[in-house]
Design a protein around this ligand. Structure first.
Ligand code: NAP
Length: 288
């Protein structure tokens, strides 16, 4: 247990709701492991209180930073003095750092995803074609990270086709690589067969056993990175494995984006193994 006293520094997560978060377990284990007198707390803040909360938080001298989650990843932007280039490109922030009365905004999702894919998945997106399912905040981080890492071409598939097309346009505009958007029931045979990597950046497979129709083209050449995570294997990952492909869930992305936040706030190397153990133990405790 973290021992709190008058000198404890605080970090935390602000969102609504945040009851499901695994970040306190991960960060508090890390602080204990490196012997820091710090504590990580959840802040459940309703929308009409968010502005007051952020203005107040920036005056708390022992509050070092916060993770920012739904629905505030964009709503935080007007309060920031500075954003990193990644956060700027994404137009969304998931980590803030209070520094000398100024709030600096970071986005560590893309960094967490790429590190997990390359380090644990042993997959380098350079010169590969990739198909991203989803066009929300996480899909945007993923698509931009893939493009920035030298992916050859990116296909975006989304329930709302227009959002897929917009994200594809953004990728092409920023990185000058081909990208194309599709709806879920689009003609995806060529795109799936051309892609080596498939990334699920939607809750598909979490809420139901539904598998998108284009999964009929998935085979043993495919590697699925599924951003969802729970104690059970994600439904889409099971489907890919049943067809001879490989893949992994999104717990590594959660771990490494948390590790990146730890580094931003403390300027220390994060104890990644301790954080991973805490994350996995708490996933088991949650049992979902
Ligand atoms: P978001 O901005 O709300 O976007 C949600 C995306 O999922 C949109 O593309 C949406 O399609 C699609 N979607 C939602 N419900 C769907 C359904 N029933 N059928 C098909 N598509 C559906 O959310 P986000 O932040 O991008 O998060 C997306 C997923 O990634 C979530 O499952 C989240 O838990 C996960 N995630 C994981 C990590 C990690 O560290 N592992 C980090 C961030 C996010 P429309 O555009 O048509 O609405």
């Amino acid at each position: 247990m973290v021992k709190i006293n008058g000198k404890t520094k605080l970090v935390g997560i602000v969102g609504y709701p945040v009851a499901h978060t695994l970040s306190p377990a991960m960060h508090n284990a890390a602080f204990q492991a490196v012997n820091l007198n710090w504590a990580y707390l959840p802040f459940h803040v309703e929308e009409d209180g968010f502005e007051d909360f952020i203005k107040g938080a920036s005056r708390v001298e022992n509050l070092v930073g916060l993770n920012v989650t739904m629905p505030y990843k964009e709503k935080i932007l007007p309060f920031l003095a500075e954003t990193t280039p990644q956060a700027e490109m994404l137009g969304a922030v998931n980590t803030i750092h209070f520094q000398d009365g100024r709030i600096i905004g970071h986005n560590t999702d893309g960094r967490g995803f790429l590190f997990s894919l390359k380090n644990d998945g042993r997959k380098d997106p350079a010169s590969k074609r990739a198909l991203v399912i989803g066009a929300g905040g996480a899909a945007k981080s993923v698509a931009i990270s893939l493009a920035a890492s030298g992916a050859k071409e990116i296909f975006i598939v989304n329930r709302t086709k227009e959002k897929a097309a917009n994200l594809a346009d953004l990728v092409t505009r920023l990185f000058q690589i081909p990208a194309k958007g599709f709806g879920m029931d689009g003609d995806l045979k060529e795109a799936v067969e051309a892609s080596e990597l498939i990334i699920n950046a939607t809750p598909l497979g979490m809420l139901s056993d539904e598998v998108p129709p284009f999964f009929k083209y998935v085979g043993k050449k495919h590697f699925l990175y599924d951003l969802t995570y729970s104690i059970k294997e994600p439904r889409l990952l099971s489907e890919v494995k049943a067809k001879g492909g490989k893949g992994m869930d999104g717990s590594g992305m959660l771990l490494y984006q948390g590790a990146a936040a730890f580094e931003i706030w403390t300027h220390l190397d994060p104890p990644v193994n301790v954080m991973k153990r805490a994350l996995l133990d708490n996933l088991k405790l949650k049992g979902d």
